[in-house]
Design a protein around this ligand. Sequence first.
Ligand SMILES: [Zn+2]
Length: 207
Amino acid sequence: MAEFIGLVLEECPVNIDDIAKATSDDPLLRSIQQRVLMQSWSQVTPAEEPYYLIRDQPTTIDGILLFGNCCVIPEALRHAVLQLAHEGHPGRDIFKDALRRRVWWTGMSKDADKFAEQCSECWRRHTNSAQELMLSEIEGVWQKLAVDLVCIEGQQVLSIVDYGSRYPELLPLSATTTAAVIDRLMEVFARFGLPRVLVSDNGPQFA
Ligand SMILES: [Zn+2]
């Protein structure tokens, strides 16, 4: 048993001493620890109820509460644990599975969902991959165009290349303003029709 608990503690994502300290600073977990030690579950408060329901499972060792083979994480360390488990921004299932294998607290699944929903990096990746998927699905002639401003022998030129046919257009610009770029694009679209997607380097004229 001691060896098993040692393994559990080794796998715990945060420092064991920090968990023990935060557990003793957490009035609810301190009370649960007492109840586990005393095997006494009389007059359970509403906050203690979830622990009462699993009362055959918790054990306590070295100041840490264990539920099954998971460390019970005090509230003060939950955010840090979520951050650790979310390193590398895994998908939600992998993220929650990593948590479930090592740690436990009441409402952990909901907290993990909320954490993942609020992660800006996950949002960025999700949006980019959705855009990439959309762009990769677009095929055919004059559906997707790459536009850019280039300088040829001192003359500013709007370069347009069609992804579908590799057809290039080079159009001299009177000025490198947004209005001049729009004028040139409108001329080209009047001749060939509107594409579905324009890909640019996000220069100010294309914003
Ligand atoms: Zn993320």
